[in-house]
Design a protein around this ligand. Structure first.
Ligand SMILES: Cc1cc2nc3c(=O)[nH]c(=O)nc-3n(C[C@H](O)[C@H](O)[C@H](O)COP(=O)(O)OP(=O)(O)OC[C@H]3O[C@@H](n4cnc5c(N)ncnc54)[C@H](O)[C@@H]3O)c2cc1C
Length: 462
């Protein structure tokens, strides 16, 4: 028995969902959060708030035929079979119950995104909130946590260690927290959820595991310092997929904000400084980070038109890019070339070629087949740079989000979610499916809460 909380959740991103779920199941919860600025500084708050849910009631209402099996097939196709099948299945199965729970119990105003589909999802599957921004998700859940009588949130307070009872089934016995003044506190508990994200902010770890993107802008939380890896490995945890990451090929160079791949999906194209396209943009934005990084100057321009400009208005990030003055406008390709400094002949040729491809009169040499429509009327361009958003490798977990050792045995009481855990994106950047950052963050936190409740209840009963 302990006198502390039933569960300590480290990290107030996806971890907030774990805290709310655990409290709903009758547990007392302490959330420790390293940064007082987490509501705007963590990855969840920076995200586009896209949650995949395979088989949700919103999909049924729209007549979308989806299932966990179909989602697993999409994950396996995108990762070329590299994703951990147990975790892929687990997360696909929890995805619809999770979005419905987030709406019904946590009160998030979610709905299905129907105005476009992300590359790699064979059906409309992403759910989001108005504004399509993660800050709204974190604000909302943090408010719910603050209101809950069984949850306490300590911030700033950094989890620095987890102590365990060796050779007993109880496993975890305490969480050790450090406060900004340097004092440390040992908090007795039987379960710890590591929801501290990955190691994107640790330049040495990024250089070691992700050299192809180590020179790019890092766009994620400054608190993603690899704490879960250190703590988990000390307790004998197995790790995996440390070379996996989510990149992005569309961060505005001048605004530092996400332009968004919805531009591309609606028909925009991406050129390098020579004014030339260099691939099939619709394969995915994550892999495009390294591809853009390899172009001259590690930069490029997304070319769009007024229709796409209007279609992207639902995204707060896109509106912020516009407000920052990052878009340049012109009446035609020659004017756009003058405004951007791109070679006019190349840009005019690419525009004409993409228009012909979109109208079906010629095939794309890069293999892109999805063209919503040909660009027309006034044109705009925005300069983009590649970015590392977050790492996707970490502690290996089982179907209950329990951290496992090198023999695949759960370490009793130790759980991991989100960037702290190895995800379902395979190796490298190309396996990342949109939404598969938030799904492991929220889905594993949700499952961990359920497992802690089961364990503690069965201990009480026996
Ligand atoms: C710009 C951007 C857009 C994105 N868009 C999407 C999207 O639309 N859909 C999607 O699925 N994914 C998206 N992602 C990825 C997604 O945001 C992340 O995968 C997800 O939010 C990770 O959640 P998390 O809980 O692991 O990390 P976080 O949300 O970063 O939360 C971790 C928390 O732990 C705290 N912390 C760190 N160390 C400690 C410690 N030792 N003790 C206590 N607290 C600690 C941090 O301060 C932080 O608040 C995006 C990412 C970025 C950067």
């Amino acid at each position: 028995m302990t006198d502390g909380p039933d569960l300590v959740v480290a990290g107030a991103g996806g971890g907030l969902a774990g805290a709310l779920r655990a409290a709903e199941l009758g547990l007392s919860v302490l959330v420790v959060e390293a940064s007082e600025h987490f509501r705007r500084g963590n990855n969840t708050s920076m995200s586009t708030a896209m949650f995949p849910g395979a088989g949700s009631r919103w999909q049924r209402d729209e007549g979308v035929d989806d299932s966990p099996e179909r989602f697993v097939a999409d994950i396996m196709a995108k990762t070329r079979g590299q994703a951990d099948p147990r975790l892929a299945r687990t997360l696909a199965e929890v995805s619809a119950p999770l979005v419905e729970w987030l709406a019904d119990s946590a009160g998030l105003p979610l709905s299905l995104v129907t105005d476009f589909n992300y590359p790699g999802h064979s059906v409309l599957r992403c759910h989001t909130i108005p504004g399509r921004h993660g800050s709204g998700v974190v604000d909302h859940l943090a408010r719910r946590v603050a209101e809950h009588e069984n949850i306490e949130l300590l911030a700033p307070a950094r989890l620095i260690d987890v102590l365990s009872e060796e050779d007993t089934v109880d496993g975890v016995r305490a969480a050790v927290v450090r406060y900004p003044d340097g004092t440390e506190e040992e908090i007795p508990t039987r379960a710890v959820l590591l929801a501290t994200n990955g190691f994107g902010a640790d330049a040495d770890l990024v250089a070691k595991h992700l050299p192809e993107i180590s020179q790019a802008l890092y766009q994620g939380s400054d608190q993603s310092l690899g704490d879960a890896l250190r703590i988990g490995e000390k307790l004998g945890a197995a790790t995996g997929f440390l070379d996996a990451y989510q990149g992005h090929g569309a961060v505005s160079a001048s605004a530092g904000t996400l332009v968004g791949w919805a531009t591309i999906i609606h028909g925009a194209f991406l050129v390098d400084l020579e004014g030339r396209r260099f691939g099939n943009e619709t394969r995915g934005y994550s892999e495009y980070a390294a591809e853009l990084a390899a172009r001259p100057g590690s930069t490029g321009w997304i070319v769009l038109d007024e229709t796409i400009f209007e279609q992207c208005q639902p995204f707060q990030d896109f509106r912020d890019v516009v407000s920052a003055g990052a878009l340049v406008w012109a009446d035609d390709a020659a004017g756009l070339a003058a405004a951007t400094g791109l070679p006019a002949a190349a840009l005019e040729a690419e525009l004409a070629t993409t228009q012909a491809i979109a109208r079906g009169s010629q095939a794309d040499e890069h293999g892109r087949t999805h063209w919503e429509r040909a660009l027309s009327g006034r044109l705009a361009a925005v300069r983009v740079v590649p970015a590392l958003f977050h790492t996707q490798g970490g502690l290996l977990v089982d179907e209950h989000a329990a951290v496992v050792d090198h023999d695949d045995r759960p370490i009793p009481g130790l759980y991991a979610a989100g960037g702290a855990a190895a995800s379902i994106s395979g190796h490298g950047a190309a396996g990342y499916l949109p939404g598969n950052g938030l799904l492991p963050a929220f889905g594993l936190a949700y499952l961990a809460a359920g497992d802690v409740a089961r364990r503690l209840n069965s201990n009480t009963a026996s």
